[in-house]
Design a protein around this ligand. Sequence first.
Ligand SMILES: C[S@@+](CC[C@H](N)C(=O)[O-])C[C@H]1O[C@@H](n2cnc3c(N)ncnc32)[C@H](O)[C@@H]1O
Length: 288
Amino acid sequence: MNEKIYVPPIKIQGIKTKLVNFISDAICLNEDTKWYEPFMGSGVVGLNLAPTNAVFSDTNPYVIEFYNEIKRGKITSGRVREYLEKEGKLLEERDDKHYYYIRDRFNEKHDSLDFLFLNRSCFNGMIRFNRDYKFNVPYGHKPKRFAKAYVTKIVNQVKYLEKIFPENNWEFKCQSFEQTIKEATEGDFIYCDPPYIGRHVDYYDSWDEVQEMKLRDELFASGAKFMLSTWEENQYRRNKYIETVWDGCYKLNIEHFYHIGAKEKNRNAMIEALLLNYDPKKVFDTLD
Ligand SMILES: C[S@@+](CC[C@H](N)C(=O)[O-])C[C@H]1O[C@@H](n2cnc3c(N)ncnc32)[C@H](O)[C@@H]1O
């Protein structure tokens, strides 16, 4: 797959936009394959592969609600434009006061458009909650964030979903990975992109060895084909769990650069890994 990558309206740390081609080249889906993505985040992988039948899930209720509201027609591209033009103008006038006003409002009412606003104007496009599950990412300090071209870009991202949702049989569920993987059976495909073990520190989404082992056991018990995204190494450390927890899986690697802020010197090289329970060479052979 080397077509233009569709970028979803929701951003998240660890988003796989730049790895979609690498990931999809090792996946072979046919008409009947049901796609399961238990850690959907932005959903960029499955939304680009666009299988006919899919279950996307995540424990973040606001991501799931956002996609469900587009599916139900409650959020439309027209409403997104109207909302972002209005709130974007107020952000330009009131700067951080407006950002924190929307953040308080979101933490009280959980409106999906407020979630989109925060996601696109907060610091580094992060999604993070405190122990009381209140969104706590500070302001990105760009009062002109919602300039006309940027609003149009987001509106088009939503427009694309409005078009493809009715063409496919896709469910969006707020649930933990165990529940989603239990729904999958032989003949299905599960793509997992959990918080990276040994790297991800978050107040809410803690991810440790116990979770990683539970994930492995559920994946093997499902009988489905699976692929897991994880990290292999950077200049300082290696992911020891590849040899322990995931021993016996097939593996593909690629180098990827994570950017922290806009400065070139803040590019961090990382070797990414895909772990699979099937031989990816067989998929590449079918493409020759
Ligand atoms: C690395 S992000 C996924 C990024 C996604 N592949 C993308 O490209 O946008 C990991 C996701 O796992 C979710 N998550 C954390 N713990 C979870 C759990 N126990 N079950 C399901 N999802 C979980 C987080 O909310 C987050 O959205």
